[in-house]
Design a binder for this molecule. Sequence first.
Ligand code: SF4
Length: 642
Amino acid sequence: MMSEGWYGWKGKILRVDLSKSKIVKQELPKEYCRDFIGCRGINSKILYDEVGPNVHPKDPDNVLIWGTGPLDGTPIGMGRFSVTTKGLRNSIAEGGLGGFFSPELKFAGYDFIVVKGKSEKPVYLWIDDDNVEIRDAANLWGKTTWETDRIIKEEIGDPDIQICYIGPAAENMVHSAPLISGLTHSGCRSGFGEIMADKKLKAVAVRGSGGVELAQPERFMGLLEELYEYFKPENVMDPWYLTYLTGPPHNFIGNDLGNIPTRNAQQMGFENVKDVSGEKYFEKYYARRRACFGCFLVGQSSWYEVTDGKYSGTCGGGLWNTIGWGPLMGITNLPAILKAVTLCNQLGLDWFLVCYSIAWAMECYEKGIITKKETDGLDLVFGNHEAMLILLRKIAYREGFGNILADGVDAAAKKIGKQSEQFALTIKGQECEIMPQRNLYVCALGLATSETGPDHTRWYPPYAINPATFPIEKLKEVGWNIDLDKAYQSRLPEGKGRLLKWLTDSRASLESMPTCLSIWRGKYHVDLNYWANILTAGTGIDFTYQKLLTIGDRIMNIERSFNIREGFRRKDDTIPMRMQTEGQPQYHYGPLTPEKLNYMLDEYYSEREWDLKTSIPTRKKLEELSLEYVIEDLIKHDIEVT
Ligand code: SF4
């Protein structure tokens, strides 16, 4: 279906009220597209405008938003989309997924789905071009995501429809339950799943028969050719990537640098890292490449199969990291790790909730804080992969000790006490990511300040670019005004604030088009002119390098303002106590002390023009971004904007 007067976007928001069983198709305001592009950007604006602090996350007025962008459904789109809600921690909850759902939604004629209200019984949404229905899902409640995928496809009679769903973990209100799409794409670890379950919405299925119209198709396709040429692996990939193409990160190098959180990050290197390395994965378990719609990186993720041993028959995808499963829990059995990843996708569990809560419990067990009495008889020593898999299922179904971990590490530490809070590795109530905060200060600052809780996808892992693939002296030619000498010294607090501002602004903008996080390699990430040209050719609206950075800044500010309105302040921008007090002498680095963290926060807030004491965006900054209505709104909520 083509939409008149719209290029790139389809110009439609699908609004669904589950309380009233009402479905409305609404025009997408053009100024939203100009000011926020799409996807994450427009999602954040809708959430800010429609869900205030008086709306509890489980209130029917809370909304679930699926957002695509103008590049989705085009050959450059990469199948990314963004889901946003107000999560149970009251912060903005947002995450991106890949696969094929977003182009299908565009082909059906919609850019956004906004769901509010609550159904009394389980339902799913079926979108078939113009025809949209709320269908009974009583037979799906309690089913795994993989079963749900199969049953809906059989019911509709079409194996090619695209579906997003939640698993039993979300239905059981397990902390940070994500949304899963296409069996193995998982997103929004800040807790979309629990809100979807609370609305009794099991799934959204879509089939579309249209396309996406481009403003300047020839220019657009010319830019695509250029992109394919540039992204030939030998032009942009490091030797590891060229050898292994896919799979978990190169643990060996990280291990030598002291970047691998081991046994709940008590150590930062794992003696058995070779057992869980990308190299081992590639040799034994990698089955084939797979990619999202139109991905020109041709399969950063892969499909795996275990063909022998205890876990024979395990298959799945989406493994991008073995560190949380291996070193963090002291586990060396790679097939068990693959089994755990498959189970997380099937049960709809957040990886980091599982890894960090079990690693924390293992440390409690090691220290004698808990015993077999509390763990339902499980011998929870570091490295026990069998106990890990049993506990993972118990978390999803809230059974026994799993019920304690299902509310997250902070809640579990509060219950268990005995100073176990000191090694609960969370930020803003959410389990950390696998990032060496004490050794890469920009990561620590990024995790501390992320509005959604710790999430490396808010910038790039770990820097914007791989300097080996793009000479640093060239960066200034494409608009970088960053003191690279300082910014690239990993444990120097200076220079990180300005670097992080650029990283997060540019990322917010790229995620709103959207394009994949994995584009971080190479010049097309750094040179936003390239993306400005693509967007202009696709949409007919004039975008420039500077406009993209301003839009990113606007998105960052509306997201911060949302959290400010919910009561979040500078005190919440922090990192776990372990990282602030314990060093790693064997790797020659100390803790990232509160003084250093405060220095970086000051620099970051100054760069952002946020108040240093509170982190509230200043009046000047919000005016500059044409967010005057946000100033008025914050004042209305008794928040001082200076
Ligand atoms: S790089 Fe991986 S996650 Fe990104 S679009 Fe390609 S296949 Fe999907």
